[in-house]
Design a binder for this molecule. Sequence first.
Ligand SMILES: Nc1ncnc2c1ncn2[C@@H]1O[C@H](COP(=O)(O)OP(=O)(O)OP(=O)(O)O)[C@@H](O)[C@H]1O
Ligand SMILES: [Mg+2]
Length: 296
Amino acid sequence: MTESAGQALLEVRDLTVHHGQLRALDRISLRVLPGEVYAIIGANGAGKSTLLRTIAGLHTPTEGSVLLDGRDVTKVRPERRATSGIAMVPEGRRLFGSLTVEENLLVGATYARKGPWNIERVYEMFGWMKDRRSQRTAQLSGGEQQSVAIGRALVANPRVLLLDELSLGLAPVVVQRIYGMMPQILAAGLTVLLVEQDVSQALQVASHLQCLLEGHTTLEGRPDEVTAEQVEAAYFGLGSPSPGSPPAGPERPPKGGPGGYGGAGSPPVSGVGLGGVVPSGEAQLWSGSTTSSRGS
Ligand SMILES: Nc1ncnc2c1ncn2[C@@H]1O[C@H](COP(=O)(O)OP(=O)(O)OP(=O)(O)O)[C@@H](O)[C@H]1O
Ligand SMILES: [Mg+2]
């Protein structure tokens, strides 16, 4: 692993996690420096969500540790990790669909650190949201729901924001818009650890990249240090897999949605097969839209 200088804000050391008999993560290590956007890429079943969920305290590792600002939080309960500064936008958003936008944001504020983020600030960031704060989130489009999920994490005032596949099920142009908020998040002093199957999207925003394959690290470095061929080989386990890695290839079928696979032989990229069509109501995710919309 490349040694990065400086004190890591988030560090994972030799993390091994089992789901029953399955070794979902095998001695994974990473160091996320303050202000970084650190991207974890990998195919279905690589262990990306398991990694984020373990950092958030939702899985107990078999071995290894998680450190926040040098403090070992491996045995700290999830709600205490939230108040210590770790917040997650989970895969699939996991909003309470029968609750309103504002009620979902209030859930995020339950275990919050003190800090600059509050619901009003989230409304300022997502201009459409305040006018629709009383709408149930089940009635929102996919992109709008993702925005609420991000807002719910922000109101906890995290130091480290964990983002699990923001692109999932969203049209490429919406994904671009969602990721377009990254500068605002970083300007507010946050550090980001994100997971993506959409490699081109991850490469656009990441300052550091790590590829997982079936629980192992297959590539790690700055985006400008790695070639497309190396990324492809690491993603699919082509060439020389790391010791102990099984043969290449995802075992599970790809998830649906435009963030899914871009075709055999290449890691998935934004834009495949959709031609940049904006779903109704998504065009104004970041400004003052008041139009109601459904689906993504
Ligand atoms: N709660 C669980 N119980 C049992 N097995 C699990 C559980 N969660 C994940 N797994 C298995 O662990 C492995 C890693 O899953 P994980 O969800 O972390 O992968 P992922 O990289 O996030 O995949 P995806 O891109 O599909 O979201 C997979 O084989 C998965 O089937
Ligand atoms: Mg996942």
